[in-house]
Design a protein around this ligand. Structure first.
Ligand code: GRF
Length: 242
């Protein structure tokens, strides 16, 4: 998990808080400092990266708002200015940024995003329909701290048009996967999956709609799982201790 920035800064702020109280001759109030400390440690900050309509982003924001996901949405970033999800994020009161990839190398673009994430002490990056491959530098800088949702049961049908690939292959069951992002496309350790039956009369649209319904259910659940204390990644497998 990307905990280095918050963990590095919070003890310093805790110290400043204690020293500040003492210097201003206020009664030393450790409980006040502890509350600050717990608050800072207690709510992990998420960044959500989108390129389009942002329905998975919305599922995450709704889960936060409804208290099903104990996190704070620090920022929504899109590489596309016209992404419909940006408006939805604003309606949720979440800060939005457009960082266009145009005219920049992948590394330059990712470095700019990384700087914004670090500035906000983000602990988890959620890709939600973010249609860009990430540079190795970015993935390494946020090792085991980037999640992606994909509309198939990985490792089947990675890449674009996963629902079309499933129909064309003739599978009877497909679904969706939330996984940790590594340096290969749609490849990292799997956090959660949900199967969806393919019906005889399915079109790409009907199948996609049923998968999307499940995506909206499992993405917040997967994020909550990853943020739990007992979550760990061991090679390709992920576990949650009781
Ligand atoms: C979803 O199907 C997701 O699995 C895939 O891209 C689509 C994004 O949809 N990675 P939305 O923008 O979240 O509505």
């Amino acid at each position: 998990m990307l905990t280095s920035a918050p963990v590095r800064n919070v003890p310093m702020r805790f110290l400043f808080c204690v020293v500040g109280n003492a210097l201003t001759n206020r009664r030393l109030a450790p409980s006040r400092c502890m509350r600050y400390f717990r608050r800072r440690m207690g709510k992990p900050k998420l960044a959500i990266l989108i390129s389009g309509r942002g329905s998975n982003m919305l599922a995450l924001l709704d889960a936060i708002r409804e208290g099903r996901l104990n996190a704070e949405a620090a920022v929504v970033i899109s590489n596309i200015e016209s992404a419909a999800g940006l408006m939805k994020a604003k309606e949720h009161g979440v800060e939005t940024l457009v960082i266009s990839h145009r005219g920049r190398t992948r590394e330059e673009h990712d470095a700019e995003i990384a700087a914004e994430l670090k500035r906000r002490e983000v602990s988890l990056v959620c890709l939600a329909g973010y249609m860009r491959l990430l540079s190795s530098q970015f993935v390494r800088a946020f090792e085991n701290s980037i999640l992606n949702i994909h509309p198939s049961l990985l490792p089947a049908f990675p890449g674009v048009d996963a629902q079309r690939q499933a129909l064309e292959h003739g599978v009877k069951i497909t679904g969706c996967t939330v996984h940790i992002v590594d340096e290969q496309l749609d490849h990292g350790p799997i956090v959660l999956q949900q199967a969806v039956a393919v019906l005889d009369d399915d079109s790409i649209e009907t199948l996609s709609a049923r998968i999307l319904e499940q995506e909206h259910r499992i993405y917040p659940e997967a994020v909550a799982r990853v943020l739990r204390k007992g979550f760990r990644v061991d090679d390709r497998r992920t576990f949650l201790a009781d």
